[in-house]
Design a protein around this ligand. Structure first.
Ligand code: ZN
Length: 98
C-alpha cells in the first residue's frame, strides 16, 4: 500500500498549497472517483456517505482509517465509470427532456 500512501502524501501537499481540482491535475484525476475526508480519528470509524452520482439516493458506509484521507465517493453500484455512464443513459431513456 505504499503507492496509496505516496498518492495521499502528494495530495495533501497539493491541498496545503491551496490546490484545487481546477489547478491540480492530480487532484482532478483522483477526485473523479474519490473524495477527500479529512478526519482525526485514531481508530477506524464507520461513516455513512451519500453516493455522489446525481440521481442516486443510496448511502454507503465508508471505513475511516487513521491517517488516510482518500475514500470512494460513489456507492458500490456506481464505483466503476462504466456503471455510472450506464446509470446516466438509463435515466435519460426513462425521463427524456421535455
Ligand atoms: Zn450510487
Amino acid at each position: 500500500m505504499d503507492t496509496a500512501t505516496n498518492i495521499e502524501r502528494a495530495l495533501l501537499t497539493h491541498l496545503r498549497a491551496g490546490g484545487t481540482a481546477e489547478t491540480s491535475p492530480l487532484l482532478r484525476r483522483v477526485l473523479r472517483n474519490n473524495q477527500i475526508l479529512l478526519h482525526n480519528y485514531r481508530v477506524e470509524a464507520i461513516k455513512d456517505c451519500a453516493c455522489a452520482l446525481e440521481g442516486c439516493d443510496r448511502s454507503f458506509p465508508v471505513i475511516l482509517i487513521p491517517n488516510q484521507v482518500l475514500y470512494p465517493k460513489y456507492c458500490k453500484a456506481h464505483r466503476s465509470e462504466f456503471r455510472r455512464e450506464h446509470h446516466q443513459s438509463l435515466r435519460e431513456k426513462a425521463a427524456p427532456a421535455a
